[in-house]
Structures are given as C-alpha cells and as structure tokens.
Design a protein around this ligand. Structure first.
Ligand SMILES: Nc1nc2c(c(=O)[nH]1)N[C@H]1C(S)=C(S)[C@@H](COP(=O)(O)O)O[C@H]1N2
Ligand SMILES: [Mo]
Length: 414
C-alpha cells in the first residue's frame, strides 16, 4: 500500500506549510462564522437558526454600528472559506498515505487519532459542501442550512483544537527542518524527498518530481487567489460585481435606482400586485393597541434617509440609499413604551424569511427604517414595495420585504 504514493514532494515540511497557513486562517473563518451566527439574534429562538441547546453562544445584542459590520464579517467568512478550499485539498493530498495506514488499528492511541481525523476531515468537507451549496442557492439538503452549518462548525472546531494540540510540536520542527529560503530557491530538478519520517508521509519508493515544492505552493496559492478574485466582486458595487463569476445571481442586477441584486422576487414569494396596491396597510401593534397606516400616511410622516448595506448570508452585499420612516418613530406612534423587541411580518405567506425579530437597539437606531424608497425612487416590487425593513448591520435575511405588520414588544410582554 505504502508503495502507491510516490510523490517526492510529500513529507512533513510540505504538510506543515499548508498546516501553518490553515492554522492562521481557520480561526478567522471560525470567528467570523460564529459572529455571523450571533448576528441572527439567536436569543429570540427564531425559525432559523434553530435552538442549538447547550451550544448556544453567550447571548448579546448584535450592534448596529458600524453599519458595515455584518457586511464585513459575512463577506470575509464566505470569501475566505472559498479561498481555503484549495489549501485544504492540498493538505489532504499531502497526507493521503495516512488514510490507507495499515493495519488500520494498531493501538488505542492510533484509533483515537484516526477518529479525531475523521471528524476533522469530515467536518471541514461538510462545512465546505454546505457553505458552497448555500451560496449557489442549491438547497438540496433536507435540513436547515444555518443549524447544520453551526453544528458542523463545532464538530470541526473541536477536532481542530485536538489536532493542533497533538501536532503543533511536529509542525514547528518540520518547518524548522528546511529553511524556506532554500526551499523556494530549489527548482524541480533539485527537488529531493525529505528524510523518512515517523508518520510515513515520505514515500518509500519516491518517483521523480514533476513539480518543485515552490511550484506546488505557487499552484495552490495561485488557485486560492484566483478563487478569491472571482468572489470578492460580490461584496463590492459597480463594475466589480461582474467579476464575481462564482455568484450565480446578482451579477447583472439591471440598471436604475432599483438595479441591485434581488434575493427573492415578488413573483417567487407569491406577492401579487393586488396585495400591494391601494388596499395595502401596515399594521403597528403595541400592548393591545393597533394602528394601520397606508403608504400615503407613511409618506406624510417625517422621512429619514440613510446609506446602508444589504448583506446576505450567501455572501453578496450592496450599499444603497434608503428613505422611509424611522422604526423608533413608528414605535412611538404605536405607543410602545420600554421596548424589548419588534416582530416584523411580511405579506408573503410561506417561506422562512417572511418574518423576523428585531432587537431593541435595532429598532431604536436613528438609521433603522421602514423604507419606502431607494435611491430616490419607489421600491420596486422585487425590493419589497410598498415597504421594507432596513437596519444598520442587520443580516439581509432579517430586512423583511413587503412588510404587513410590526408588533412592538415591551419589557412587560415577556
Ligand atoms: N418577505 C421577505 N423578505 C425578505 C426575503 C424574503 O425571502 N422574503 N429575503 C431576505 C433576504 S435573505 C435578503 S438577503 C434580502 C435581500 O433584499 P433584496 O432582495 O431587496 O436585495 O431580503 C430579505 N427580505
Ligand atoms: Mo439573504
């Protein structure tokens, strides 16, 4: 079996270089992912992410400032995750002989190590698969992405901590074993196998090198940068967006004031023109009182304009100029006192995203709006006409479109 793997590049040094890159970047991926989870206000126990039991994060109110906070954490998480795919695959390639270790169970310690590797490798592949499918809007899985990706993150993180604890000393000594400058100066012709190692990564019967180690590193690094270059455009506006070739939708959002990506069209959401015409009202509720306002009444209230991003969990984001009524003015109008939260409902009947709960600080921020216009024009049907929520640093998925009702809950309401 061991004879099958013949690349002279395989060995502790190359594995450790990929390992070191991941050691620095994976924590950023994990932290941005957990922050994104926190941004969804899991403390309200909404439809997603579902209640995760004792894996709940310590509850805290996601801030509204800076307004680009979620745009940054989410954009980083998705872009970095995509960029790390080649690095992880390269690292797996570099240790593949270990997968076929024979005999498979030599000692208890070895079995435990292999189990932890199974969780580590299975964990990262699961996270990549679910994350990438979600970005491609391919909801193939029969489970809830947010919750599954969150559980997967903890399995992977626990396995990673164990793995780093076990392997860090070996990583350090392997990196020290070959001066990087010398390695980077070595062409293919001078590429020799590393000395035999206890993990048997170095082949017993090495073949000739088909690429140098520096070439292999350049290949993986280049692929990673290429993926990054084809992704970042989705977090930028203007012509940049067209470079986001990995983004299936939103690359050609059309022109005009409403020319930016649409997550779900009015047609897809089953929102018809009769629902949003003259008869439309938004109902404000607070402590048993209700106030119903039509669009003219909303337009007659003091209007506020704010330049705020919409940032979607799928990774794309865009900055637009919104005008509408401040949510805190609506809360006051409804007579809501000591605010605890607000529950927003949409005309849209079905779908996970037809309602959202906002924290008190998100209602009270001076830039939080029930928006009526964008970039000086009426919201288009696809962007939520007659009215939608827009709140600084709030995940796009909670910026409910086609709003029909806002229920302000005060501290006493529980
Ligand atoms: N009612 C309703 N509101 C919704 C959604 C939806 O499916 N239904 N999608 C949300 C998601 S996931 C995002 S990212 C934003 C996108 O807003 P946009 O389509 O105007 O760009 O709308 C949010 N509001
Ligand atoms: Mo979204």
């Amino acid at each position: 079996m061991a004879g099958r793997w013949r690349s002279p590049l395989r060995g502790p040094w190359l594995t450790s270089v990929f390992g070191a890159v991941l050691l620095v970047t994976l924590p950023l991926l994990i932290v941005t992912g957990l922050l994104d989870h926190a941004a969804y206000s899991p403390q309200f126990g909404q439809a997603f992410p579902r209640d995760v039991g004792w894996l709940r994060l310590p509850p805290f109110d996601w801030p509204t400032r800076p307004s680009w906070l979620f745009r940054l954490t989410q954009g980083l998480h998705v872009t970095l995750g995509i960029m790390l795919v080649p690095v992880v695959l390269a690292k797996l390639w570099s240790v593949i002989p270990k997968l076929f270790d024979w005999p498979p169970a030599r000692s208890v310690a070895q079995v435990l190590e292999r189990l932890s590797l199974l969780l580590l490798v299975g964990g990262i592949l699961f996270q990549f698969a679910t994350g990438l499918l979600n970005i491609q809007y391919a909801y193939l899985f029969g489970f809830d992405f947010y919750t599954a990706h969150y559980y997967g993150a903890w399995v992977f993180t626990a396995a990673l901590v164990a793995h780093v604890g076990l392997k860090l000393p070996r990583l350090v000594s392997a990196l020290r074993s070959r001066p990087p400058r010398r390695e980077l100066a070595t062409p293919r012709a001078g590429t020799r196998p590393e000395p035999p190692d206890p993990d048997a990564l170095v082949p017993v019967h090495p073949g000739a090198a088909t690429i140098s180690r520096r070439g292999a590193l350049a290949l993986v690094g280049g692929l990673s940068l290429l993926l990054g270059a084809l992704t970042v455009g989705q977090s930028l506006d203007g012509a940049w967006r067209r470079t986001a070739l990995l983004l299936p939708r939103g690359r050609e959002p059309g022109g005009g004031p409403n020319g930016f990506p649409v997550n779900r069209t009015a047609a897809a959401a089953g929102v018809r023109d009769d629902d949003t015409g003259e008869g439309w009202r938004v109902t404000l509720r607070a402590g048993g009182r209700t106030v119903a306002l039509d669009r003219a009444a909303l337009l007659a209230l003091p209007q506020h304009t704010a330049r705020l991003p919409i940032a979607c969990v799928e990774g794309w984001s865009t900055l637009q100029t919104w005008t509408g009524v401040r949510l805190r003015d609506l809360a006051a109008l409804a007579g809501a006192g000591d605010l605890n939260s607000a529950h927003v409902r949409s005309l849209e009947r079905a779908g996970l995203f037809n309602q959202a709960t906002l924290q008190a600080n998100q209602v009270l921020d001076g830039d939080s709006l029930l928006a009526l216009t964008v970039n000086g024009a009426d919201l288009s049907p696809d962007h939520g006409f007659p009215a939608r929520i827009i709140v600084p640093a709030l995940p796009g998925v909670h910026c409910t479109k086609w709003v029909s009702e806002i229920e302000f809950r005060t501290r006493g309401d529980g």
